[in-house]
Write a protein that binds this ligand. Sequence first.
Ligand code: IPE
Ligand code: IPE
Ligand code: MG
Length: 239
Amino acid sequence: MALSEKNITCVPRHIAIIMDGNGRWAKKRGLPRTAGHAAGAEAFRRIANHCRARGVKYLTVYAFSTENWKRSEDEISGIMRLLGKYLEEALQDMEQNRVRFCFFGDLSRLSPKLRQMCLAAQSRSADYDVQVNFCLNYGGRLEIVQAARQFARDVQEGKRSPEELSEELFSSYLYSADVPDPELIIRPSGELRTSNFLLWQSAYSEYVFMNVLWPDFGPGDLDAAIEEYQRRNRRFGGA
Ligand code: IPE
Ligand code: IPE
Ligand code: MG
C-alpha cells in the first residue's frame, strides 16, 4: 500500500517501534532464534531507509530491554554480535548515510568494545539531522528512576530546587532530553503491551499494534501504520 498524495504531508515527526517477533519468525522456519535476530536487523535497515524517504525526523527502536537479560547466554551473545556488526558497518558508512545515532539505555552493562562503538557512532554523527535512537539495555522504569536520581543529586548539590521541577524539566533528565515525544508507536508481532518502552514519552502517543512479525515488516506495513495514525482523532484531552 502506498501513502496517498494527500497524506504524504502529515507524516509523524517521530515514530517509535518495538521490534518484536524475531524468535517466532525463526521458529516458524525451524531456524535458531539468532537467525530471527539477523533477519530483524535487515528489517531495521529497510525501515530506517523508508522512514527517511517518508520524511520522518526521529526513529526510536527498541532493540534490547532491561528484561531481555533473562534470555539464554547464547541468544544474548548472538544479539550483541549482530549489534557489533551493525555498528561497525554504520561507522564505515557514516558520511554517506548521514544519520545521527543516539543510544537510550544503560550502556554500562554492554561489553567495553560495543560501548565504545556506540559512543563513537554517537559523537561522530552528532551533526547529522535524521536521528535514530537505539534503545539498548533500555527500560522505561529504569530511565525514570535514573532521571529522578540525577535530579535528587542536583538538588543535593544546590544546582536545583524541588519547587522548580516541572514536567518539562523532568523530561530533560531522560535519555530523550532533546527529542520530541513520539506521535506514533508501532508494535508488530501481535502482542498488545508496551513491555516497558518509553513509559514517560508515550503519554499521548498513538499505538498501532500489527499482526506481522518484525523480520517480515516492510515499507508497506510502515505506510499502513502511518495511514492508521492519520485516521485517528488526536484530542489531547480537549473536547
Ligand atoms: C524481539 O524479538 C527482539 C528482542 C527482544 C531482542 P523476540 O526475540 O522477542 O521475538 P519473539 O517475541 O520471541 O517472537
Ligand atoms: C520487547 O520485546 C523488547 C524488544 C523488542 C527489544 P519482548 O519480546 O522482550 O517483550 P515481551 O517479553 O513479549 O513483553
Ligand atoms: Mg518478543
